[in-house]
Ligand binder design. Structure first.
Ligand SMILES: Nc1ncnc2c1ncn2[C@@H]1O[C@H](COP(=O)(O)OP(=O)(O)OP(=O)(O)O)[C@@H](O)[C@H]1O
Ligand SMILES: [Mg+2]
Length: 327
């Protein structure tokens, strides 16, 4: 990846939500970069801050209650942080597009699938309605829909989960964005359909040379699709490395635990393995490592001091006082 250039860079992003119950520290000092043409996976348990990170890139964190405390998000040469809504709107959807986690929230139930894609096309490109309609049918074909006119005339609730996801993908890529953020694009789908959707994303990526930020809680999806992966825990990245390193030699105890859960399923070893214990309360994070209470290797320093992200070998960055290092 070193040879291709950086297309997006996030430096020191923190996002906090003011709630009646206290300040929720959803994302803390997160840094990552996405290179041209790659797929970066963002993986972590529910509530680890994956969606909030994606919404920060899109400039869509609801405020209030959300607040971006400190950050620098660069898209190519443009600093997105503090950009006016008008300029951001030109980038959002056109340069950086997102498939949202909840399809029924982003597809309007009262309009047909086709008319929503047409609307998205017209919003980004100066084309006639007629041309936009032809482009819409072409896009539906491109995402593997065999009867585009028929699917275009249906309302979102009349589509199967897989079909709806294809429509969402068509809508997201209608302006041929440079970066596609896909937030749990396969979570609601059964295994076979999920696998087809991931294949479609890979095909579109190589066809249009897109970069993809793929958000998932499922390491199986990462294995199938991503080049590099950032593992998130309680709003922070704990391990950041090429996928092959993470699978062969995971270094952070949390990553090791997550991978044990996956291999437990594959080996059909009976009950699903889970990491014992709970994610810390984001309103009251511990002084030391966020994972210390669940970590089988924790020693006193882990409860006292926050571990910093450190490069333990080329391209492998881990936030742990005692990472497992294999050569
Ligand atoms: N609008 C909001 N108000 C208050 N807290 C919020 C808001 N949006 C997100 N959060 C909190 O931020 C934290 C991170 O949420 P986020 O949706 O990013 O998690 P996630 O990793 O995407 O989880 P999932 O896998 O369930 O989608 C959670 O604790 C969530 O409750
Ligand atoms: Mg989410």
């Amino acid at each position: 990846m070193e040879t291709s250039s950086k297309i997006l860079e996030i430096r020191d992003l923190s996002v906090h939500f003011r709630t009646p119950e206290g300040l929720v520290r959803a994302v803390n000092s997160l840094s990552l970069e996405i290179y041209e043409g790659e797929t970066l996976g963002l993986v972590g348990e529910s509530g680890s801050g994956k969606t909030v990170t994606a919404l920060s890139i899109m400039g869509l964190v609801p405020s209030p209650p959300g607040r971006i405390e400190s950050d620098r998000i660069m898209y190519r040469e443009t600093l997105l942080t503090g950009l006016s809504e008008t300029r951001l709107r030109k980038i959002r959807g056109k340069e950086i597009a997102m498939i949202f986690q909840e399809p029924l929230l982003s597809l309007n139930p009262v309009f047909t699938a086709g008319s929503q894609i047409v609307e998205a096309i017209v919003a980004h490109r100066p084309v006639s309605e007629l041309q936009a309609r032809q482009d819409m049918l072409e896009l539906l074909r491109l995402v593997g829909i065999r009867k585009p006119a028929e699917v275009a005339s249906r309302y979102p609730h009349q589509l199967s989960g897989g079909m709806r996801q294809r429509v969402m993908i068509a809508m997201a890529i209608c302006a041929y964005p440079s970066i596609l953020i896909a937030d749990e694009p396969t979570t609601a789908l059964d295994v076979t359909i999920a696998s087809r959707i991931l294949k479609l994303l890979r095909e579109l990526q190589s066809k249009f040379k897109m970069s993809i930020l793929l958000i998932t809680h499922d390491f199986g999806v990462i294995a199938e699709t991503a080049d590099r992966v950032a593992v998130m825990y309680a709003g922070e990245i704990v391990e950041y490395a090429p996928v092959k390193n993470v699978f062969r030699e995971p270094a952070h105890p949390y990553t090791i635990g997550l991978l044990d859960c996956v291999s437990g399923i594959q080996k059909k070893e009976g009950p699903l393995h889970t990491i014992p214990g709970y994610v810390p309360d984001l309103r009251n994070l511990p002084a030391g490592c966020n994972f210390a209470d669940r970590c089988p290797y924790a020693v006193p320093v882990c409860r006292r001091e926050k571990p910093c992200l450190t490069e333990i070998k080329p391209n492998v960055v881990v936030a742990c006082h005692h990472p497992k290092i294999t050569n």
